[in-house]
Design a protein around this ligand. Structure first.
Ligand SMILES: Cc1ncc(COP(=O)(O)O)c(C=O)c1O
Length: 180
């Protein structure tokens, strides 16, 4: 996460409940934003298994938050290292990144981060970002020279998706065993 001190913008906290970010509370904060004070440009969220509450945002909340992003022109930073660990029996709720493409006529307000640390090996400190091309280019330009990076195409993505689906089954079995 970007060091708060390195940004000149103030941070604000948004209320959440068992269904995710409270869209009504966020709307109210944005609608009543003090005149002359710069509006927030970025919303950071961990939509699956948020630390420390364990909350996973529902589909309805995600849709509401996406609409707010469009209305109030901010970017959603979707930090989602636990997405592939979801092992519930109900279908997995789509990410903000894919929902935006499905629902809205205009895309480009979601920057998504995945991590291999939770699904391949703890502490790998390796992941990937998906999002609007200008932001990805900026990340590449300013961040990647400082770190190692790896590119992969559609075939590797399919292998990854199948590996993570198998892992989710293992997690479910482990959870059921622990609850016995
Ligand atoms: C919400 C969240 N995002 C990102 C990370 C960092 O993942 P990585 O190990 O890939 O740096 C963690 C690590 O636990 C996390 O909990």
């Amino acid at each position: 996460m970007v060091n708060q001190c390195s940004l000149s913008r103030p941070f604000m906290h948004v209320a959440t409940d068992a269904e995710g970010i409270s869209a009504s509370s966020l709307r109210s904060r944005l609608e009543n934003w003090p005149a002359g004070k710069p509006r927030p440009k970025v919303l950071y969220t961990v939509p699956y298994g948020c630390n420390p509450t364990g909350m996973t945002a529902t589909l309805e909340r995600r849709v509401e938050v996406l609409k707010l992003a469009r209305e109030f022109d901010f970017i959603i930073l979707e930090d989602d290292p636990y997405f592939y660990l979801y092992y519930g029996t109900a279908p997995r709720v789509p990410s903000y990144f894919s929902l935006e493409k499905e629902l809205l006529p205009e895309t480009g307000r979601v920057l998504r981060f995945d991590s291999f640390s939770k699904v391949l090996s703890a502490g790998m400190r390796l992941g990937f970002a998906s999002g609007p091309e200008p932001i990805l280019s900026a990340i590449e330009k300013f961040y990647l020279p400082l770190s190692s990076h790896l590119l992969f195409g559609p075939r590797t993505s399919l292998v990854y998706a199948s590996q993570t689906s198998r892992l989710a089954v293992l997690w479910r079995q482990l959870g059921e065993t622990l609850l016995l």
